[in-house]
Design a protein around this ligand. Structure first.
Ligand SMILES: Cc1ncc(COP(=O)(O)O)c(C=O)c1O
Length: 445
């Protein structure tokens, strides 16, 4: 129990619906309120310091208050934060990002990953003239109605494994939305292709995260991505990658690790340098849907009051210039060390647990066999409760993590922070050991 945070949550509930503006912050018995962050450490309002492996849901690649980003933002804030005029820094940043991948001919900035995915789906519709979309079951792509379909189905409504049902997330989701979204099983090319074949002339695009965190941070197989690429090409549809999280994996995003290239890519999180951001990049021919051509209105009219605001542009450009090939490779190596030390902790604690992820991301599962997809990940109530207690234990041991068991490294981290993480994992696993289904009884050694 954190006294000041408890007090603040009481105040918050008077004015904020549910006490927060984002449900991700909710934890029992109340959210923690932060006082400040510096590098990879955060201090809460009760003065407790922790190492931050959540990094605002994997969005802070350089941790908190990196001097170069602070300098860039401070200089820009003095010159103004938003204008009804374009800025040079927007061009400089677009040039930088387009230079990171051969798949990015042109780009548009928006304000969140949700918006980037929404713009990508609408661009695909505008390009193809079709309304239908396809996505993998359980994948999280932000808060656009269509992208939310089958984000969190359960055994009671998810349908057959090879032909998942289109399940609404929010009460009141229009039937038309469900009708327009085909849900695909993950890493099953035959079943995915069969489901798509039922809608050959209706699909504008297939939306895919190459390592969806809600599916356990498991990588999409090359054969799966290739099958989706081939199907979309043969059927006049586009392939859209959601790299809002995975872009950190390589200089040009996780797509650099695949042979198949997307038509469009949605980005967000780390490319804002700590400020709200989203971006959509892709093939010139497709991105033309945003352009006014010969006086005719664009196929996809698109604006946003704060899109490409110079504050975000300055922060993002500074952050991404720092996150070059060497920095990416160093953080990926540290990710390998983190996953191997977590494995060691699991083995010392002798509990049924496992770790997934690649590059600078990892996810801990309280099961000896890592998940393959959304359904194999789906926890029983006892498993969900054990995971909650495990993450609470990490907080108690001085580590901030995402409550799914996922974590992301930041560049201020080194082996010392990874050692501290592994130690916290060991301590917390020992504490929850007896609560883990399948671990047998008896105290941890
Ligand atoms: C893969 C993916 N896509 C899209 C989003 C939505 O981004 P935002 O929260 O910036 O709207 C998220 C956010 O967690 C995400 O993880």
């Amino acid at each position: 129990m954190s006294h000041r945070s408890a007090e603040l949550f009481l105040q918050a509930q008077e004015f904020l619906a549910g006490g927060v503006s984002r449900n991700t912050l909710l934890r029992q018995p109340h959210p923690l309120y932060v006082a400040s962050g510096n590098g990879c450490r955060v201090v809460d309002v009760d003065g407790v310091e922790r190492i931050d492996f959540a990094n605002n849901m994997a969005s802070l690649i350089h941790g908190h208050a990196h001097p170069a980003i602070v300098e860039a933002v401070t200089a820009q804030v003095k010159r103004g934060t938003a204008f009804t005029m374009a800025t040079e820094v927007e061009i400089a940043y677009a040039r930088h990002l387009c230079g990171r991948s051969a798949n990015f001919d042109k780009l548009r900035f928006v304000n969140s990953g949700t918006e980037a995915v929404m713009a990508a789906l609408k661009a695909a519709r505008a390009f193809t003239g079709r309304a239908g979309l396809a996505k993998t079951e359980g994948a999280y792509h932000g808060a656009y109605d269509y992208a939310e379909v089958s984000q969190a189905p359960g055994p009671q409504n998810w349908g057959a494994p090879d032909r998942p049902a289109s399940v609404p997330l929010a009460v009141g989701t229009p039937e038309g939305v469900l009708h327009d979204v085909v849900v695909l099983p993950f890493n099953d090319p035959e079943a995915a292709t069969a489901a798509l074949n039922e809608h050959r002339d209706e699909i504008a695009c297939v939306l895919l995260d190459l390592m969806p965190h809600r599916l356990g941070l498991v990588r999409a197989d090359d054969s799966y991505v290739q099958a989706l690429r081939e199907w979309t090409m043969e059927n006049g549809a586009l392939l859209v990658f959601d790299e809002v999280i995975t872009f950190r994996t390589e200089v040009g995003g996780m797509q650099a690790r695949y042979e198949a290239s997307p038509d469009l890519t949605a980005m967000g999180k780390m490319i804002g340098g700590g400020l709200p951001v989203g971006a959509l990049a892709g093939r010139d021919e497709v991105m033309k849907v945003f352009s006014v051509q010969g006086g005719a209105p664009p196929r996809l009219p698109h604006s946003g009051t704060f899109s490409a605001n110079p504050l975000t542009m300055a922060a993002g450009l500074a952050a991404m210039q720092l996150f070059d090939a060497d920095a990416t490779a160093r953080l990926n190596r540290l990710g390998d060390v983190a996953r191997s030390k977590i494995k060691e902790a699991i083995s010392v604690a002798a509990v049924p647990a496992s770790v997934t992820g690649t590059g600078s991301m990892f996810r801990i599962h309280l099961r000896s066999t890592p998940p393959r997809d959304y359904r194999s990940l789906f926890p029983s109530p006892a498993e969900a409760e054990a995971l909650r207690l495990f993450i609470d234990g990490l907080y108690d041991a001085g580590v901030v993590m995402i409550y799914s068991g996922a974590g992301a490294l930041s560049t201020p981290m080194g082996e010392a922070e990874v050692d501290a993480l592994a130690e916290a994992v060991l301590t917390s696993l020992r504490t929850v050991k007896t609560r883990l289904p399948g671990s047998g009884s008896g105290a941890a050694t």
